[in-house]
Design a protein around this ligand. Structure first.
Ligand code: SAM
Length: 193
């Protein structure tokens, strides 16, 4: 696992964040969330890396991502897992992320334009779930779609105060929850807003 983490860090350091932005590219190398239009942001690079490492990806992982955004996080997930199912609710962001990730030669990413707060039932269960927008509470559907032994990273809280949670689904379906840190994400729209 140490090697996998080292590989993720090395890959991440070479991943050009500006490639995932259409505007404000001059700010691409700052460690800040940057607007990408539609009142959304490309996440802070250090947080993207930290969340990816905490998710403990395995080469055979089937990953669900809620909130494709620019596709920056999606690229990292797809490079270190078997397949990624990613959902975005804003059509222009969904389209641009699809174009970018095809251009970057990813063939293991499945895209959906939809409200992802209820997950993507058709392809469940998932070994890993990454949620990149903050929910008021953990969506029940996402917990149900997480495989036994699976892990989920999700920011939970209000607009002003959110905790980044690592949820692990244990052998008999019990959930083990760890607070990783305080964060500030855009809201997860839909019924868990
Ligand atoms: N990790 C992404 C990146 O670095 O580009 C950033 C994602 S941005 C912080 C959160 C994304 O979640 C936005 O693109 C937003 O439109 C999307 N989003 C919010 N609620 C959603 C929902 N219910 N279903 C799908 N996407 C949602």
């Amino acid at each position: 696992m140490a090697n996998q983490n080292e590989d993720i860090v090395t890959y991440f350091q070479k991943l050009d964040r500006a490639f995932f932005m259409d505007e404000l590219k001059e700010f691409a190398y700052m460690d800040e969330a940057i607007p990408i239009g539609h009142e959304q942001t490309i996440s802070q690079p250090s947080l993207v890396l930290e969340m990816t490492l905490a998710l403990d990806l395995q080469p055979d992982s089937k990953v669900l991502e809620i909130g494709t955004g620019s596709g920056f996080q999606t690229a990292l997930l797809a490079a270190f897992s078997n397949s990624v199912y990613t959902i975005e609710r804003i059509a222009p962001l969904h389209e641009r992320a699809k174009e970018r990730l095809a251009k970057a030669d990813f063939t293991n990413i499945h895209f959906k334009l939809d409200d992802g707060s209820a997950g993507w039932e058709e392809h469940a269960p998932y070994n890993r779930i990454m949620v990149t927008a903050a929910a008021a509470q953990v969506p029940r559907e996402l917990m149900d779609q997480l495989a036994i032994g699976g892990k989920m990273i999700i920011p939970v809280g209000t607009t002003l105060h959110q905790e980044l949670l690592l949820l692990e689904k244990e052998e008999h379906g019990e959930i083990h929850s760890t607070v990783l840190e305080e964060v500030r994400f855009v809201p997860l729209k839909g019924k868990y807003e």
